[in-house]
Write a protein that binds this ligand. Sequence first.
Ligand SMILES: [Zn+2]
Ligand SMILES: [Zn+2]
Length: 362
Amino acid sequence: MGVPELIYRILCVYKQGDKGSTGITIVFTTRSKNDILVRAENLLRSLSQRTFPRFVMIRVTFLGTSASQPTLRRNVSAIAIQRNGDSFLFDCGEGTQRQMMRYGTGFGCDGIYVTHLHADHCLGISGLLRTMGLQGRTAAMNIYGPEKSQMILDQIVELGVGRVPFPVFVHELKSGDRVDHDGYHIEAFSVEHGLPALGYALLEEERPGRFDVALAHKMGIPEGPLFSALHSGNPVEIDGRWIRPEEIVGPARPGRKLVYTGDTRPNEVVKTMAKGASLLIHEATFAEEEKTRAKETRHSTAREAAIVARDAGVSELLLTHISSRYSDNPSGLLNEAQSIFPKVAVARDGQVFEISHEDNEQ
Ligand SMILES: [Zn+2]
Ligand SMILES: [Zn+2]
């Protein structure tokens, strides 16, 4: 095995077994090639023998938090979600591609989930696809939108003279439809915005129960692959005796849930979807002083969003889609929301939010 292949394999194993660390450094000095190979093989072996299944972070990057029009501080709607090598967007307003460069999300985006067809949520798709083409992308792109969005999304994809040099598939979703991914799915749900509009929830599969390390030691199970096998639900044999996973591992624990509303009046569907969510991203276009306007334009106030979060029992609430009048100073929105639900913040462009497990365990 040559050095480049070894390094590739180490990085693959490291990525799968990573427990929250962010990188690995392989230092090449003047050592002989053989010395490097031995050290790399040892590293590969130790990483392969990690005890537990992988720890996966969900990273949310706010690319645009302004309602309807950009301001100096805020671009229009887009959120990048990254999970275990997958990367996709919720909404893609004009200028999203530049925000992706600015905030380092990269262009390895697998899909775009559009909540509705107001221009501030979808006009950025056209330019983004062309830049991806210029950068040599060949992988297909999937774009999802609400009912009756196919024609306009197709037009946005086709806009301009040059063609997009990779396949682009547009899919219409109905409330309750789900798109499956490895270890999680994205579920669409109807929201209330005066036109076909969806919110999206990322729902993870259950993860294995808590592993009783002390008991495992007592039973003479050596750390390493056998721990991993038991934690993944497989029986193992020690000195002729079979040990079942339920002897060592507790009941399965729920996965994480992330809910994004897009533009909407506060409503019961959102409350139901957001029950127990790790993070609710709710639009909060207006303050209470404009609650009549919020009703007329089918948006929410910060206070209304906070009531949804409180009733749904979410862990954290982030407010986005902020009207330009509060762009520089959203403290009024924050105060109104905080009086109802304390674990709230007003999102800002470039903000990164990482969702770990409630118990901070793998
Ligand atoms: Zn909007
Ligand atoms: Zn809208």
